[in-house]
Design a protein around this ligand. Structure first.
Ligand SMILES: [Zn+2]
Length: 364
């Protein structure tokens, strides 16, 4: 009996109270830790292609498993893909965008739920950078309830093993440096049009908790308490979704910014203080004009900050690697610095899988 089923069993027995009181997080986290015979647990992020056939999926996922991959984050629901993954002993998690939600129905019905920048412009009609940047305000109770509904729909499905959060943050006040040229920007300071959320609800709530009127602060972007307040709002959203996942006895993980420092600075994301079952920092070295050596540095920073609270899986962006030798080096750098595995983004080739397998079995 695997650990997941054992926990279900305990929950249904007279020991339920005891097991829940003593080991709630530990037992759930075990689902995400590695089996004794395998040191690491690897993941793949993918968007299920509805043209895939069951035969293709069976072959692809078997290869994944053989290379050490143990779970897939699917960006959309596709029962065929989820079940095909599970048939090859992979966990199938539903990857869902959190704060960035541009569904037409929501934009039409609740434009007031969208985040506002320091100039008072709303993501509902004036999205920053790109048209799909439609950020919700994390402070609003209605937004939190809406997100719970979205994730609960996924959690209810028997073929969904867990939920995976993405865009769980504010819009980038600073973009990764490699993107500056694309937008013709130099973001060495926090410009008002990219700084969120300054809506009425945020201002009111901040006043209640801090006693300070935001409009009276000359440089709000430099205010530690205002910054902290905003971290807390997203943290509270995550906590609500964590509670929800626990109700279904399913793990919750998140794709996050590469290091605690960059997460705080660029997108006001405070993932070190979440209570999730694992994080996948997107250590996309090319985005930050770094080399593969930085992957190890970034992993070490995250692992140190987490103090073993939950596992960290290094998110790697396959197009950033020049060849598979370099990919192998990047994976090794992540693993020797304490990552519990890696999560790959991009088209995963057989050669990528070979690099993954070889890096994972290297003596460290
Ligand atoms: Zn707000």
């Amino acid at each position: 009996m695997d650990k997941y089923h054992r926990r279900k069993f305990l929950k249904g027995s007279m020991l339920a109270g005891l097991s829940a009181a003593v080991l709630p997080l530990a037992t759930k986290a075990e689902i995400l830790t590695v089996a004794p015979q395998q040191k690491y647990k690897h993941w793949v992020w993918t968007n299920p292609n509805l043209k895939d056939t069951p035969e293709e999926l069976a072959l692809r996922y078997r290869k994944y498993y053989e290379a050490g991959i143990r779970g897939i984050f699917f960006e959309h629901d596709s029962e065929l893909h989820f079940r095909a993954a599970k048939a090859q002993k992979l966990e199938a998690h539903h990857w869902i965008w959190t704060m960035n939600r541009g569904e037409k129905s929501l934009l039409a019905e609740h434009p007031e739920w969208y985040a506002k920048n320091r100039k008072g412009e709303s993501c509902a009609d004036q999205p920053p950078y790109v048209n799909y940047y439609r950020w919700l305000c994390p402070s609003r109770e209605e937004v939190r309830q809406y997100l719970e509904t979205v994730y609960e729909t996924a959690l209810k499905k028997d073929y969904v093993d867990g939920i995976h959060l993405d865009y769980v943050r504010f819009s980038d006040v600073i973009l990764p440096v490699n993107l500056w040229q694309d937008y013709k920007l130099v973001q060495t300071s926090e410009a008002p049009e990219f700084d969120f959320c300054y809506c009425e609800v945020c201002q009111e709530k901040y006043k209640k908790t801090s006693g300070t009127t935001l409009s009276e602060i000359e440089y709000p972007e430099a205010s530690p308490s205002w910054r902290f307040f905003r971290y807390q709002q997203v943290n509270e959203v995550v906590q609500r979704l964590t509670n929800l996942a626990a109700k279904y006895n399913k793990p919750i993980t998140a794709a996050v910014f590469p290091t605690p420092d960059i997460a705080h600075r660029n997108v006001k994301q405070d993932w070190v203080n979440w209570k999730v079952d694992g994080v996948c920092p997107m250590i996309y070295h090319g985005f930050y004009k770094e080399n593969v050596g930085w992957i190890g540095t970034a992993v070490a920073e995250g692992v140190r900050a987490l103090h073993g609270k939950f596992p960290l899986y290094a998110g790697l962006y396959l197009p950033d690697f020049k060849n598979n030798e370099e990919l192998g080096q990047g994976i090794t750098n992540a693993l020797v610095n304490g990552a519990a595995g890696v999560s790959l983004f991009g088209d995963v080739t057989d050669a990528n899988l070979a690099a993954l397998k070889s890096a994972s079995s290297r003596k460290t």
